[in-house]
Design a protein around this ligand. Structure first.
Ligand code: GLA
Length: 356
């Protein structure tokens, strides 16, 4: 009997470049997902009665060419070809590091998460792969394994937001996540509001300045301690002006996440929108992860009637912007000649099911 592992992408409403310092984020899983339809390997009994431990993965993709094929245990996930298989191999390696035994499988992967668009297509693939490998653990452990997989497969020292959102998503809710404690608090999105994502450019964080930002935040923490509990006065004491700017973003962004969650819970879309613009401005000016094209798109969408807030979302350096608007706002029509846009809805996290 074939099985289906399904894991959604995510959009972050506010709280970017805070997760890797144990800060606050406010993402939601979206109604676009990566699916692996697979047959799990069953151990072949050997003549002496033991199980054959020659296990492996064979995977094709509806979205990419080539066949990913490797045996388990996998030693160098970062060298697997075609390169999309590195995320899958990374999960197997990360499970093994924790003493888990990934079960081999053969299958086919497909996705309707825009790839390289900043909606966590790689996290969705990792989480779906973890389920196909038969991982049996709680949400935060699955997310931690998948985060480690990304580190093993690429040069991106990402935080845990994307993977945890893909695992723990709740339909109609965004998730207030404390990336230090890994507490996840679902907060219902008002029916009167809609979330849109607009893909500005495809890109990969591999080879971007993302690791440099992680290093600059670490430098700030060496000077003033954990950014998640720092205040503006501590930030002002940082010597290096660049490191000070990076820290200013993180400390301000954590507060904006708290305020945004409160505004949304109170149904105050106007205040939520104001915080989104402030977040974008901070990411653009202090954290320097936006691009001119993203800034222009934020500006253009901010003028559309019914729009409350717009900001870049995710790692930046390209990717998507996210728009918070009234449910009935006409978003795609006025700007579709220049930018596309899709409406997304908050969805449940990853799941495993059987098909006959
Ligand atoms: C990427 C990373 C996340 C997070 C965001 C920025 O999506 O994978 O861990 O750091 O960038 O908020």
């Amino acid at each position: 009997m074939s099985r289906v592992a399904r894991a959604p992408g995510r959009v972050n409403l506010i709280g970017d470049h805070t997760d890797y310092t144990g800060g606050l984020v406010f993402p939601m899983a979206i109604d676009r997902a990566t699916t692996i339809v697979f047959d799990a390997e069953t151990a072949t009994p050997m003549r002496d009665g033991s199980a054959d431990d020659l296990r492996g993965v064979t995977l094709t993709s509806d979205n990419f060419d080539g066949v990913v094929s490797f045996t388990l245990p996998v030693n160098s996930p970062e060298k697997v070809t075609p390169s999309w298989g590195r995320y899958v191999a990374g999960v197997a390696a990360a499970m093994a590091e924790r003493g888990m035994t990934p079960r081999g499988f053969s299958g086919r992967v497909s996705t309707d998460v825009p790839i390289g668009g900043g909606l966590s297509s790689s996290a969705a693939l990792e989480v779906a792969a973890a389920l196909a490998f038969g991982i049996d653990a709680d949400s935060s452990t699955i997310a931690a394994v998948c985060r480690r997989a990304e580190h093993l497969a690429t040069s991106v020292p990402c935080g845990i937001m994307d993977q945890l959102t893909s695992v723990a998503g709740v339909r109609d809710h965004a998730l207030l996540i404390d990336c230090h404690t890994l507490d996840v608090t679902p907060i219902r999105l008002p029916d009167s509001l809609a979330v849109w994502v607009v893909e500005i450019s495809t890109r990969t964080l591999d080879g971007s300045e993302y690791p440099a930002r992680v290093a600059q935040c670490a430098a700030a923490e060496r000077e003033i301690g954990p950014l998640r509990s720092a205040d503006d006065a501590a930030v002002d004491r940082i010597n290096d002006p660049l490191v000070r700017s990076r820290a200013r973003h993180v400390v301000g962004e954590n507060q904006r996440v708290r305020d945004f969650a409160a505004a949304l819970s109170a149904g105050d879309a106007r205040e939520a929108g104001r915080l989104m613009y402030a977040s974008h401005f901070s990411l653009s000016r202090d954290f320097e992860t936006s691009t001119k094209k993203m800034d222009d798109a934020v500006d253009a969408y901010s003028r559309v009637p019914g729009v409350h807030g717009v900001r870049m979302t995710g790692g930046g350096f390209g990717g998507c912007i996210v728009v918070l608007a009234d449910d009935d706002a006409e978003l795609s029509a006025p700007l579709c000649a220049e930018f596309g846009g899709i409406r997304v809805r908050a969805a449940d996290g990853a799941s495993l099911s059987s098909i006959a």
